[in-house]
Structures are given as structure tokens and as C-alpha cells.
Design a protein around this ligand. Structure first.
Ligand code: ATP
Length: 263
């Protein structure tokens, strides 16, 4: 059974004649444990698809089924806990004046979970941070450490799905490899399913099993990682994206992304 099944998803912003259709009739499935990528240039609707899956965007139509359960635009608490988002900019998504411990405590309180201190220690360990980081503030951490905290906050509710919106694009290349490696490890260890938005073919090719290429609110092609790496793609727009990343991809791979891809 698919972990995520989306049929005829459409999203518009605004109403009536001013409505702007940004996602038009998109359908796809993501298997349990799979990483499904969404790639395309800025404004094509990638984050909007992710927002509808996450329950953040409530103005969509179509059908979204998550783990066998139909998801209405308004979700229950347990449905919301099942998928968590990680954003590009951890500084923007973590409260700057809260300690890391408080940031991690908040979702546990909202969802009424027990063993709170133990869970905080466990999740810090899972993302490779020392347990005394709970006493630190975001400005005392590096960019990579802050993104680890954002991943920890997403994981603390034990979700089945992570929705990753450009999770490494604000980081230095060397740190990007570390974070991608961590995401790979966590996916195996926790049997997670990912949907990953990126404009970066190198990131897509290293983490995703399959990828949907988006242009102007529609999928122009859904292809596999193998086909991307071989350059065997069907749609001219996918080819354009690949051509744009050529030269860049091998350079990044030499700096460690390739080893991440085969870790
Ligand atoms: N809340 C909103 N209200 C009105 N228009 C919006 C809103 N959010 C996004 N849009 C518009 O919808 C379109 C798709 O945006 P979206 O963020 O989904 O694209 P994207 O492919 O993820 O791009 P980016 O990589 O720049 O985030 C864009 O034209 C954007 O300006």
C-alpha cells in the first residue's frame, strides 16, 4: 500500500476571477520508505504541493490519502503528527529566544506525550547532537547544527513521513553532504517516507528514488534516480534542468555528495 496517494490535486490562491491556479491536477503515489522528489524552477508550485500534504494549505481540491486514511483539508491532531515538515532556513523556523530543549518540548506538550525529557535526549542523540545542546540557544549553533535541531523537532513526534522543503540549500556544500547523510540514515533506521522539494538536481539525484519534474503547476515527467544519473529523460524541460546542473553535479560529487548517494 502506498504511504501517500494523491489524485487530481489542485491548489489556487485567491478567489473568483483573481484566483491563481498554482497546482493543476497533480497525481502521484509514494511507497513506504521511498523518497519522492519534486524539482522545478522557483514558483512552479513545489512548496504548495508540500503544504497541501502537510495540512498547512487548506484550499486544495482532489484526494490525498496518507497511510490509508483520507486527509481532509482540516486534519486531526494524529493526522498532523504523522507527517512533519523541515524547512530550508532553520533560523526562521526555530524560535530564536527559546533554548533547544524548549523548542523540542513544545510539540510534546501540544500532543500530550509522556517521557518528555527522555524523548528530548533520545532525539538529540538520533540527530547526532550532544544532550547538553538542550540548554543552548539557536544563535550558539552552526547552520548545520540548527538544521539538525529542526530535524529533531520534526522527528520527536515519531512521524511516518518527513516533508523536506529545500532542507540543505541554506547550508555550505560540505555541511549539505552531512545533513543528506543524516536524512538517509534516519530514513533507514526509522522506516520513514520522504517527499523532498529541491531546485538542485544534485540533491535530488542523491536522495530520491523517483522525482516529479514540475513546470507551471503540472508534472511534466516522473522519472527515476537511475534515469536522471544516466541522463535518460523524456521531457525537454527535464533535459534543460539536467543541462543546467551539468558540471556542477560532478564538482559537488567530488566534494562528497557522491559518497552520500551511495552511503
Ligand atoms: N500564500 C500565497 N498567496 C498567493 N500566492 C502564493 C502563495 N504562496 C505561493 N504563491 C504563489 O504560488 C506560486 C507557486 O509557489 P510555490 O512556493 O509553491 O513555488 P515553488 O516551486 O515552491 O517555488 P520556490 O522554490 O520559490 O518556493 C508562485 O507564483 C507563488 O508566488
Amino acid at each position: 500500500m502506498a504511504m501517500i496517494k494523491v489524485d487530481n490535486l489542485a491548489v489556487a490562491y485567491g478567489h473568483g476571477q483573481n484566483a491563481l491556479k498554482v497546482v493543476k491536477d497533480v497525481s502521484f503515489e509514494v511507497a513506504k520508505g521511498e523518497t519522492f522528489g519534486l524539482v522545478g524552477e522557483s514558483g512552479c508550485g513545489k512548496s504548495t504541493v508540500l503544504g497541501a500534504l502537510a495540512g498547512r494549505n487548506k484550499t486544495w481540491s482532489g484526494s490525498v490519502v496518507i497511510d490509508g486514511e483520507a486527509a481532509n483539508p482540516k486534519r486531526t491532531k494524529s493526522q498532523l503528527a504523522k507527517q512533519q515538515m523541515v524547512f530550508q532556513d532553520p533560523f526562521g523556523s526555530i524560535h530564536p529566544r527559546h533554548t533547544i530543549g524548549r523548542t523540542l518540548l513544545e510539540p510534546l506538550e501540544i500532543h500530550g506525550l509522556d517521557r518528555r525529557q527522555e524523548r528530548i535526549e533520545e532525539v538529540l542523540r538520533d540527530v547526532g547532537l550532544p544532550h547538553n545542546f538542550r540548554y543552548r540557544f539557536p544563535h550558539q549553533l552552526s547552520g548545520g547544527q540548527r538544521q539538525r535541531v529542526a530535524i529533531a523537532r520534526a522527528l520527536i513526534l515519531k512521524p511516518r513521513i518527513l516533508l523536506l522543503d529545500e532542507p540543505t540549500s541554506a547550508l555550505d556544500v560540505s555541511i549539505q553532504a552531512e545533513i543528506l547523510n543524516l536524512l538517509k540514515d534516519l530514513r533507514e533506521r526509522e522506516h520513514l517516507t520522504y517527499v523532498l522539494v529541491s531546485h538542485d538536481m544534485a540533491v535530488i539525484a542523491h536522495l530520491c528514488d523517483r522525482v516529479a519534474v514540475m513546470q507551471d503547476g503540472v508534472f511534466v515527467e516522473v522519472t527515476t534516480r537511475e534515469n536522471l544519473l544516466k541522463g535518460e529523460v523524456a521531457h525537454p524541460y527535464t533535459q534543460t534542468l539536467l543541462d543546467g546542473s551539468r558540471g556542477y553535479v560532478p564538482a559537488r560529487q567530488r566534494r562528497g555528495l557522491q559518497s552520500v548517494g551511495h552511503a
